[in-house]
Design a protein around this ligand. Structure first.
Ligand code: PPY
Length: 494
């Protein structure tokens, strides 16, 4: 056992020990390899880093990344001075707001979750989750695209409507899956497990993010025995790490591998970058201009350097050789790439612009869907049972979902909609989000005149205005301007 006195003597870049979850690690040799740069680790040199470590890393990240001789043992608890945790004024206010949230039955739609999340999330979490790249044009386009119109068919006996489906061969109670969003513990202590548990209860499929705050195994362990799960993959520069991860996922029963292909470099999310993730001054003194110190660029950039920008079409056969899971390319936006994906023999694509967080001014997935389906129709059977086309980005209403399906999508991904649901109300929030979508699906299908998803046809969407690109207004509070918002004034003043 190591005393805190001994540990505190290793507080420099020449000998750097840190404590995480009561264990001591020698991270000296890891400083330059840390994806988030050495500066953030050095802040905690000789100290307990658990609190900073926890929301950003899965519990076993440090164990897996350091060879066993760097695991130095337990901290001697008798030497730990109990620190009375000082709760900041801002945090006290936040807790008070959480206690006064509107009751869940006042939440009527997915926008409402976002309105609550914006108020109760710590600034850093809100900035990271809500940020989009550059001028945030694409994130707005993603919503605007769904304002295309739907003509209804009438007198079709819509007493019974059914919106269940299969996604990559897996049964799903919604034509919607939970798309990957990273770092769930920034917004709720249970992080992604809120999604796993709710999805299990309601027969919805969750895509596990590579950069989840919970470990992959924690998430799979929280799932029901045959609950289908997908995996989102950021491909590591070190392919042995990727291979191990993918094969482990397959062994644990994951049913689809969604390889992110639109992020060779992370977009500039300026809202996030302004948060100066590594800039607060709560730790050991750090010399400026130290070599290997990363610039202070927000949560996402701080941890993105492991992603391999050399990923290319040449890698697809390698993925095929290491796994039998269906492979889906997440982040396709052109007919040319859709055809290349089909020819490469993958099982599907996600028409996605990464929630507006990557290439700004790229078109919405819904808009790309029309052109891509037209081309795919010339290249084989349509719908193609061996090639699924998914869409994500900006989906908040069942009417959005139905439009995408009518235009040819197999299913639709929702990321932030569910993320904000658990940030505001935990697992119950996610369950409520599923219920809202189910209720909206029932009503919209009746009003459209579609009794099941097969009856959704392109003629049900008037997409003529979809490419109009009406100049986007630079506001980020769509939830506040598209409908009568939840009454938040009293809640905030409480
Ligand atoms: C994103 O933020 O858009 C992500 O996809 C997750 C992420 C988080 C941190 C680094 C790289 C990617």
């Amino acid at each position: 056992m190591l005393s805190t006195q001994t540990i505190s003597e290793h507080a420099s870049k020449d000998s750097c020990w840190i404590i995480v979850h009561g264990k001591v690690y020698d991270v000296t040799g890891f400083l330059d390899e840390h994806p988030g740069g050495s500066k953030i680790i050095l802040k905690y040199a000789g100290k307990d880093a658990t609190e900073a470590y926890e929301p950003i890393h899965p519990p076993n990240a440090i164990i897996d990344n350091l060879s066993t001789e760097k695991h130095l043992g337990d901290v001697d608890p008798s030497t730990v001075t109990k620190v009375v945790k000082v709760i900041s004024e801002a945090e006290k206010q936040r807790q008070a707001l959480i206690a006064k949230r509107p009751p869940l039955d006042e939440i009527l739609n997915l926008h409402d979750f976002e309105a609550v999340a914006k108020i109760i999330l710590p600034d850093k979490a809100w900035a990271y989750y809500s940020s989009a790249s550059d001028d945030e044009i694409t994130i707005r386009e993603n919503r605007a695209a769904y304002q295309s119109l739907v003509p209804s068919r009438i007198l079709r006996d819509v007493t019974v409507v059914d919106w269940s489906t299969t996604i990559l061969g897996q049964k799903s109670n919604l034509p919607v899956y939970i798309s990957a969003t990273a770092l769930g513990k920034l917004g709720h202590p249970d992080g992604e497990l809120n999604l796993t548990r709710a999805a299990g209860k309601h027969g919805v499929i969750q895509m596990i993010p590579t950069l989840a705050s919970c470990s992959f195994d924690e998430i799979v362990d929280a799932a029901l025995p045959n609950q289908p799960l997908f995996l989102q993959l950021y491909v590591n520069r070190d392919r042995t790490i990727t291979k191990r991860y993918v094969q482990h996922a397959e062994k644990r029963g994951v049913k689809g591998l969604f390889i992110t292909v639109d992020a060779p470099q992370l977009g500039r999310r300026e809202k996030d970058m302004r948060m100066k993730f590594v800039g607060d001054d709560a730790g050991a003194k750090v010399q400026e201009n130290m070599s290997g110190v990363k610039k202070d660029e927000g949560v996402a950039r701080a941890i993105s350097s492991f992603i391999d920008p050399s990923l290319s079409w040449k890698d697809i056969p390698w993925f095929r050789s290491i796994t039998n899971m269906p492979i889906i390319l997440k982040g396709v936006s052109t007919p040319e790439d859709a055809v290349l994906a089909l020819e490469a023999g993958v099982q599907g694509i996600v028409l996605s612009n990464h929630g507006g967080r990557q290439l700004d001014t790229s078109r919405s997935g819904l808009e790309n869907l029309i052109d891509i389906v037209n081309v795919l129709k010339t290249r084989g059977p349509w719908p193609n049972p061996n090639f699924s086309v998914f869409v994500d980005g900006g989906v908040r209403r069942a009417s959005d979902v139905l439009k995408a399906l009518a235009l040819g999508a197999s299913a639709v991904g929702i990321g932030r909609g569910f993320l904000y649901a658990f940030c505001s109300y935990g697992e119950a929030g996610v369950e409520k989000a599923f219920k809202i979508l189910g209720d909206e699906l029932e009503m919209n299908m009746r009003l459209l005149g579609a009794r099941n998803l097969k009856e959704l046809v392109p003629e049900m969407v008037d997409a003529s205005a979809l490419q109009a690109h009406v100049g986007a207004t630079p506001r980020d509070n769509l939830f506040d301007s598209t409908y009568q918002p939840l009454r938040l004034a009293e809640f905030k003043a409480a």
